[in-house]
Design a protein around this ligand. Structure first.
Ligand SMILES: [Cu+2]
Ligand SMILES: [Zn+2]
Length: 267
């Protein structure tokens, strides 16, 4: 018999206990429970011992095998891997820049009387001494409009399953009031049916607060920038219905460069 089963007093107790269906005799049931608890402790102790000796063996293996491996490992490769896993590889591809594009489409739930907005919103984040994000808004309206103020924001979800209405509210990762959300771009004015603007903005395309995969929404009206004096003003700036929206996705540098060239030709 293995050492695990050499508790003679326990074996004896087992022999003297006759399990009964008669629950009147509670004394023998108590003995049975004590016996079970005893065995539980014995078994637990044995498993603990086994676990400890396994862990000690493991520590030894780490010291003898893993540590020399780390010593001889190429540390620049380890660092390269760590950086690559936190930042998109496109930053290296485009020499320290990350580009994103949002192709604007009319809201599929748009009311017939509202204008149709098309075009694109482009982003370029530069990772040099200090990271900086530039945005180009290049939109058209049909019918053509002049001096029309329109609010543009980043909304939380890149989900267009129910037109622009399924993009949720303003992207608000820090739980603050409007117009302090990172994607509160404010108002954009149209000239001869075109909205063009190039600005620096406080959004990022990397990390946990990245706006990639979220939506840009163009509104029917002007953003009151939190000055409306009501609850809606501090939530969304009372900018009215959603005319058009799109989902922000990583892109090449092609569209950004083309947009810059196009603007140079215009001016
Ligand atoms: Cu909005
Ligand atoms: Zn907002």
């Amino acid at each position: 018999m293995s050492p695990l089963f050499t508790a003679p007093n326990v074996v004896q107790t087992v022999n003297t206990i006759t399990p009964r269906h008669d629950t009147q005799d509670t004394a023998s049931n108590t003995d049975l429970y004590q016996l079970l608890f005893y065995w539980e402790e014995v078994l637990l102790d044995r498993y603990k011992m086994a676990a400890y000796s396994f862990l000690n063996g493991y520590k030894l293996a780490v010291l003898l095998i893993a540590v020399p491996c780390f010593v001889y490992e190429d540390f620049s490769q380890i660092r390269g891997f760590a950086v690559a896993s936190f930042l998109p590889p496109e930053i290296k591809q485009f020499k320290g820049n990350l580009y994103a594009r949002c192709k604007m489409k009319s809201n599929t739930k748009l009311a017939k009387d509202l204008p149709r907005i098309s075009g694109q919103v482009l982003f370029k984040e530069t990772f040099e001494k200090r990271s900086e994000l530039q945005m180009i808004v290049d939109l058209k309206s049909n019918p053509s409009e002049n001096d029309q103020q329109r609010a543009i924001h980043i909304h939380q979800f890149g989900d267009l399953s129910n037109g622009c209405d399924s993009t949720g509210g303003h992207y608000n990762p820090l739980g603050v009031n409007h117009p302090n959300h990172p994607g509160d771009f404010g108002n954009f004015v149209s000239h001869n049916g075109t909205i063009w603007a190039q600005r620096n903005e406080k959004v990022t395309l990397t990390g946990g607060l990245s706006v990639l995969g979220r939506a840009v929404v163009v509104h029917e009206g002007e953003d009151d920038l939190g000055q409306g004096g009501d609850a809606g003003s501090l939530l969304h700036g009372n900018a009215g219905r959603r005319l058009a929206c799109c989902i922000i996705g990583i892109s090449s540098d092609k569209m950004w460069k083309a947009a810059i060239q196009k603007q140079k030709r215009r001016t």
